[in-house]
Design a protein around this ligand. Structure first.
Ligand code: ATP
Ligand code: MG
Length: 354
């Protein structure tokens, strides 16, 4: 019997609802398989904890987290804590602490899901986001605070090492997919230092992958291509900021923010990787039991693949696709089903699979 030690951080708002649902589904898969089990340990690292105790992550928290095989994360964000604090103190502390430099975001329209985009069925992308440096390096400062001549700087940091490893990861991803196509996204016409280095290193790494077909696009131009010619893209690699924006666009084009998953990977496996739905805490619908848990289920598929449970990952993805095709959908997709209804349907599908 294989045991997977998974740290669970539900976080804030609907994060707690969708991660609770995801745990039930993972338990159902383990029971169905009989070959593996989960040892879940839950961490109350949330905005409530920050408001009560002054910290998201307690002393020694990251050292403890480092002993797990994977982290299953909900969402962080609260009306009582500024977003730049909650994000940096919890999510980015984990991503940076564990050098999870590759953020992977698949986008695809699931059966039965209504995308507002024409030719949405052509969307089958993986967006690779550099997750450790660039525009979100946290460097900069402010002078003359509050005065009319106040100035702030926000300095992006791009290292050759950081660029090279994300490009290599993106090429490996492209190579593993049928179309073997990789699009580089930068803004090297307007930003002539870091972005140009991104371009240069990309073409250097490309020489090692002659079987991958490559092209490049400016970030503004690629948004129109995503909308107008979705079938011309396969794997896309972009910086921290650019890919953050592109992946929200990708999620919206493929139906709902409530469906999209993401993995924050430390590909060398020196540290645990973290898996989370891309949506936030969504306080407008929290506590109502209507959050779409499909994003947390698809996230669980990515976590199962990372843990080496390929069969369980396939079982869960098949159950998700049957669910969306059946029309049992939450409000964000135009349906009336609750989080609980959708979770029950997935669990019973898993139980009844051959
Ligand atoms: P963040 O600040 O982290 O972006 P947020 O609270 O703004 O978080 P988002 O994830 O950006 O929330 O989502 C925007 C809106 O999309 C939400 O307010 C909610 O109405 C809807 N939404 C997001 N996720 C879901 C979901 N899983 N199910 C249903 N609706 C969702
Ligand atoms: Mg938001």
């Amino acid at each position: 019997m294989r045991t997977h030690n998974v740290a669970v951080i539900p976080g804030d708002g609907i994060g707690t609802e969708v991660i609770g649902a995801g745990k039930k589904v993972l338990e159902a898969l383990a029971k169905k398989s009989g070959d593996f089990a989960f040892n879940f340990e839950e961490f109350d690292w949330s905005s409530q904890r920050y408001l009560d105790q002054g910290q998201y992550i307690p002393e020694g928290g990251l050292e403890k987290l480092a002993t797990f095989d994977a982290i299953y994360f909900g969402a962080v964000g609260s009306q009582q804590v500024p977003d730049h604090i909650s994000l940096w103190e919890l999510r980015l502390a984990i991503c940076q602490g564990f050098d999870q430099y590759a953020n992977v975001r698949p986008a695809r329209v699931l059966p039965g899901v209504n995308s507002r985009l024409q030719h949405a069925d052509k969307i089958d992308w993986v967006i690779i986001r550099e997750n450790s440096e660039g525009e979100y390096s946290g460097n900069g400062g402010r002078v003359h605070r509050g005065l009319p001549d106040e100035v702030a700087t926000e300095v992006s940091i791009f290292s050759r090492k950081g660029i090279e490893r994300i490009h290599r990861f993106a090429f490996e991803m492209a190579q593993s997919r049928p179309r073997k196509q990789l699009t580089l996204v930068t803004k090297s016409n307007a930003q002539r230092h870091g972005m140009v280095l991104w371009d240069e290193v990309f073409f250097e790494v490309a020489k090692e992958y002659p079987d991958v077909s490559i092209d490049r696009e400016l970030v503004d131009a690629v948004t129109t291509r995503m909308v107008l010619k979705p079938d011309t893209l396969d794997v896309v690699v972009a910086t921290n900021l650019h890919a953050d924006i592109l992946s929200d666009l990708a999620a919206a084009l493929s139906g709902s923010l409530g469906i999209a998953p993401t993995a924050n990977l430390n590909p060398e496996r020196q540290f645990p990787s973290m898996f989370e739905p891309i949506h936030g805490s969504a306080f407008d619908i929290a506590g109502q039991g209507i959050a779409n848990p499909v994003g947390s289920f698809w996230t669980a598929v990515m976590m199962l693949e990372h843990l080496g449970e390929q069969l369980a990952a396939e079982r869960l993805m098949a159950a998700i696709e049957r669910l969306t095709a059946s029309g049992l959908q939450t409000k964000d997709l135009g349906g009336t089903a609750t989080t609980h209804d959708v979770t029950l349907a997935i669990c019973s599908d898993i139980e009844s699979q051959a």
